[in-house]
Design a protein around this ligand. Structure first.
Ligand code: PGA
Length: 260
């Protein structure tokens, strides 16, 4: 796992966007795994700017989103369909038919989840999966206790997640209780994982993910099992890391490291 701490949120977002742009410049038909929440907003803004000013091309890109609230239709202001359209998709030249987001209103969740998993495989698998981290250590909506080999499924949200996300809704009791989410096992199959973490409220979850044991109680700790995972943090989210000096040292020594 590569841990990169940036001074600011803006710097972290730029670094993550450059990584995504490098992938698209090498593989124009890459499959991207998308995340919602406040954390990746800066990354999406930089990608949109790169599209407008530098011609970063999304015409052959396919995307799969991690999750969606159950019960919210695509037009609902707090649905992740709406979030993605508003903050990213409508600003770039992606083909609408290449956008996949779990349905929050399907009449058959089990069948939909199976189909979603199949579609990821049929599209060649996810090249780069963007991730955030919850204050309870979740990735996507894989709350504490989720199996580390879980697949796309219906999930009951933790009370802490409902509280965290209530800031987006008028009243806390409007936050859906269920979500449809890619599983930890689904996420681990992506070729590269890029997790972004910012803010002091993430510091303890971030430390547990990187320096604690692999445990279903912190589903983000499953990144330790992945051969190609990167964690981009701002200073506040990195503030509980014990091995911080080492991560900075590794980064500093990187350009001159001997090639194997
Ligand atoms: P946030 O959510 O980016 O809004 O903090 C992250 C998450 O819960 O995965």
């Amino acid at each position: 796992m590569e841990v990169v701490v940036h001074k600011t949120y803006e710097e972290m977002s730029r670094a993550a966007a450059h990584l995504v742009a490098d992938v698209l410049n090498t593989k124009p038909n890459a499959v991207l795994g998308m995340a919602t929440g406040s954390t990746p907003l800066g990354l999406y803004q930089v990608l949109v700017r790169m599209h407008r000013e530098e011609g970063l091309d999304f015409s052959q890109v396919t995307t799969f989103n991690l999750d969606e609230y159950v019960g919210l239709g695509p037009k609902h202001e707090q649905s992740y369909h709406h979030f993605m359209h508003d903050n990213f998709f409508k600003h770039v030249n992606i083909a609408p038919s290449n956008i996949y987001i779990p349905s929050g209103t399907t009449s058959n969740y089990r069948a939909f989840c199976e189909w979603y998993e199949q579609r990821i495989k049929q599209c060649g698998g996810i090249d780069v999966q963007i991730l955030g981290i919850g204050s309870d250590g979740h990735i996507a909506f894989n709350e504490p206790g989720s199996s580390l080999s879980s697949r796309t499924r219906l999930k009951t949200l933790a009370r802490s997640t409902i509280e965290d996300n209530s800031r987006f809704f008028k009243h806390a009791d409007e936050v859906p209780i269920y979500a449809i989410t890619m599983g930890v096992g689904t996420i681990l199959e992506a070729r590269t994982l890029v997790l972004l973490g910012c803010g002091a409220n993430k510091a303890s979850a971030v430390a547990a993910m990187i320096e604690g044991p692999v445990t279903a109680m912190i589903t983000a700790s499953a990144l330790q099992l992945h051969p190609s995972s990167m964690v981009f943090l701002d200073e506040t989210a990195a503030s509980n890391l014990k091995m911080r000096d080492y991560y900075d040292w590794v980064l500093k020594m990187k350009p001159g490291a001997p090639q194997v």
